[in-house]
Design a protein around this ligand. Structure first.
Ligand code: PMP
Length: 371
């Protein structure tokens, strides 16, 4: 019997044990078909019920209005970096606004530059500073968004930088807001009146890698796509074919459906939000109260509930030792993103309060031993 670690990876990340067990139980004989779900035709009755159940649960859990379509696509978050301009720009070279808050919104803007005139709008600095001279009122930078943009793009939670929006920015009238929610979808309710489109690669909060959930307002699928938009990335084509234009990642969609059932049975999205607040506060408070042993480089106003980015004032060698010793105790993947170093604990839905407390006591213990 294998002992499971406590996995704090930013993605692919921990899945609930009960979901993995259920997938295991159903592996060889799915719903009396005598086949694994992986061996079923994506056009057969059984798989069609799997995908429509996953869709219904997503709609139910996130309270998705009737005028939004839920699509299961491929290509991951990065696929959407291309799909968004290809489907929504209206005409090649159109002006689009990108709110840049970290690595992923920066990458999305770069991809969009292949198709559009990209204006980057920098939100008030997400980096912590002691000086309280920052007068950046939210109103001020929101007013930089232009009225003639085909859409405004944002990344709701920056997985690498540990930066999260508290609420969506207000966009100029008629300009749809597009949000990358790859690392925080299903961790709090979404007010769909504020968005035209939201998307998420599944491999953090929703399920295994391979499927990307796109929730798009119906009217945005009319007449905005660029003529060379590939069919597999087309929202219109995907929607018209009920996400079965070509062979979808059937196993990933099935497991994502199991995760949705688990969210529902665990109290739904509101409960996930409560838990995420509790888990993240636990770590942020510990960091704040560590007399500078640990510190968080992110401004308090925009700290992520999902990805807790932190550093050791003792330096990089000590950070390395921290991650190694934690791993020896079964607390894995606490290294920061390879591009910025430091440390990061990702607290997605499947990471429990108990898991978080285990990490907290390791952190307290480590500080005591080393300081
Ligand atoms: N957006 C965000 C917020 C992410 O965290 C990631 C992956 N870490 C991506 C996009 C890219 O996703 P993928 O690897 O599925 O293309």
């Amino acid at each position: 019997k294998h002992k499971r670690v406590v996995n704090f990876s930013a993605g692919p990340s921990k899945l609930p044990d009960s979901v993995l067990q259920r997938a295991q139980e159903e592996m060889l004989n799915f719903r009396e078909t005598g086949s694994s779900v992986m061996e079923l035709s994506h056009r057969g009755k059984t798989f069609k019920s799997v995908i429509s159940e996953a869709e219904k649960l997503t709609r139910q859990l996130l309270n998705v209005p009737d005028n939004f379509r839920i699509l299961f696509m491929q290509g991951g978050g990065c696929g959407q970096f291309a799909a968004v301009p290809l489907n929504l720009a209206g005409s090649p070279g159109a002006t689009v606004d990108y709110i840049v808050t970290g690595r992923w919104s920066e990458s999305a803007a770069k991809e969009a530059e292949k198709y559009c005139q990209v204006r980057k709008v920098h939100a008030p600095k997400p980096h912590a500073s002691d000086s309280s001279d920052s007068e950046d009122s939210e109103e001020e930078w929101w007013s930089e968004l232009s009225e003639n943009a085909a859409y405004v793009y944002m990344c709701d939670n920056e997985t690498v930088d540990g930066v999260e929006f508290k609420c969506p920015p207000r966009t100029p009238p008629g300009v749809p807001l597009v949000a990358d929610m790859s690392s925080n979808m299903m961790s709090r309710p979404i007010d769909f009146s504020k968005y035209g489109l939201v998307f998420a690669g599944a491999q953090k909060n929703l399920g295994p890698a391979g499927v990307t959930v796109v929730i798009v307002r119906e009217d945005l699928m009319d007449g905005r796509a660029l003529p060379f938009c590939p069919s597999v990335l087309s929202y219109h084509v995907t929607s018209r074919n009920d996400s079965l234009y070509n062979t979808p990642p059937t196993f990933s969609i099935y497991v994502t459906g199991l995760v949705m059932q688990w969210v529902r049975d665990s109290g739904g999205v509101a409960r996930m939000q409560e838990l995420s607040r509790e888990k993240s506060s636990l770590l942020y408070n510990l960091i704040e109260n560590s007399q500078g042993f640990y510190y968080c480089p992110v401004d308090k106003s925009c700290r992520s509930r999902m990805n807790i980015v932190f550093r050791l004032s003792g330096g990089e060698a000590l950070e390395k030792r921290f991650a190694e010793e934690a791993a020896k105790q079964g607390l894995t993947n606490l290294e920061g993103h390879r591009s910025i170093g430091g440390l990061r604990a990702s607290l997605y839905n499947a990471v429990t309060i108990a898991d978080t407390r285990t990490l907290a006591s390791f952190m307290r213990d480590f500080a005591k031993r080393v300081a």
